[in-house]
Write a protein that binds this ligand. Structure first.
Ligand code: AVJ
Length: 320
């Protein structure tokens, strides 16, 4: 079995690597070729993303933080006392700390596929919020999961910051919101960040930064394929490109082949034409109206929406 022996040579034939291998081969076999954005985030990719959030051109992170800070007391006002805060995906704790400082939560439930990340996060928060019950759930938050019994009787507040919802196709975003409503149950609320549609020049700059960090972030998926799956992508033969697709309201990230070339991965050959792309990410941008329609379609009502003065980013409070 060619695939199995090639994987063994890569020294990482664990379950996650096998899933990565299967999906990478399947997605690179599609026309147009693609790779899922979830594969950006190994240790290097997570560091590169952190670096992106500090770029002058990349407004989303700092704008969302400023909204959460400035509107903190308004957000706290609509949150019931002693609720459980359920965060979908566990990144840095900066944003959740803002909410925990503003409102009196009884419990925090970070949900993430990576157990290591969850533990590190829980330890740090426990020190600063000693009376907070922390109940990490290791799960893929895009599929149904059970909340810990300890929070069963508490009001639930979902938290999905960072415009991560923008990575989903609109129908997937709606399915996620519907699933979140079911998981959180009766009387739930949700605080969710969504990037706003804006002048193309600003979007283009945010995803094609002058320092080239986004390019390294994008190319990192090929670095991972080479290292973890034994691929032979020539990194110098692909360039990063991000374009705004007006009709579909989304930034698209691509890795574009500079020349005619063939790449081998686990016994399979993938041929590239000059200029042929691997579509690596969509980042959907919503107007306030289109986001509200999306939420309504998933059984939520928008209770309030906050933006910064320049209308770069939005934070929505949803209720069932
Ligand atoms: C983490 C999905 C919100 O879409 O802006 C940043 C990822 N991609 N630069 C985004 C990303 C390129 C980011 N999200």
């Amino acid at each position: 079995n060619v695939h199995a022996s090639a994987l063994a040579e890569a020294h990482l034939p664990d379950e996650q690597t096998t899933a990565f291998a299967r999906e990478a081969i399947e997605q690179l076999s599609q026309q147009p070729k693609k790779l899922s954005p979830k594969y950006f985030y190994d240790a290097t990719g997570s560091e590169l993303f952190e670096a992106i959030t500090r770029l002058p051109e990349y407004y989303p992170t700092r704008t969302e933080l400023s909204i959460l800070k400035e509107r903190g007391s308004e957000i706290a006002k609509i949150i019931p006392e002693n609720a459980a805060l359920v965060e979908f995906g566990a990144g840095s704790t900066t944003k959740v700390r803002l909410l925990l400082n503003q409102a009196k939560f009884a419990a925090y439930v970070p949900v993430d596929i990576s157990g290591d990340f969850l533990q590190a996060q829980a330890n740090g928060l426990k020190r600063d919020f000693p009376s907070l019950g922390i109940y990490p759930v290791a799960a893929d938050f895009t599929t149904p999961f059970e909340l810990p019994k300890a929070v069963a009787s508490m009001p639930k507040v979902g938290f999905f910051p960072g415009s991560t919802i923008g990575n989903f196709e609109p129908h997937e975003a709606q399915a996620f919101l519907r699933s979140a409503r079911q998981i959180l149950g009766q009387g739930a609320q949700m605080i969710i960040g969504a990037d706003l549609e804006k002048e193309e020049r600003l979007l283009h700059a945010a995803y094609n930064d002058a320092a080239g960090i986004t390019a390294r972030f994008n190319l990192n998926v090929l670095v991972r394929i080479n290292r973890e799956l034994g691929g032979n992508f020539d990194l110098s033969a692909f360039t990063h490109g991000a374009i705004y697709n007006h009709d579909r309201h989304r930034i698209e990230m691509h890795l574009i082949s500079k020349k005619s070339q063939t790449v081998r991965l686990l016994g399979t050959s993938f041929s590239f034409r000059p200029g042929e792309s691997i579509h690596t990410e969509n980042s959907y941008k919503y107007s306030l109206e289109r986001f509200a329609a999306l939420a309504r379609g998933a059984g939520w009502r928008v209770r309030e929406s906050w933006t910064d003065a320049a209308k770069m980013f939005s934070v929505h409070a949803l209720e069932v």
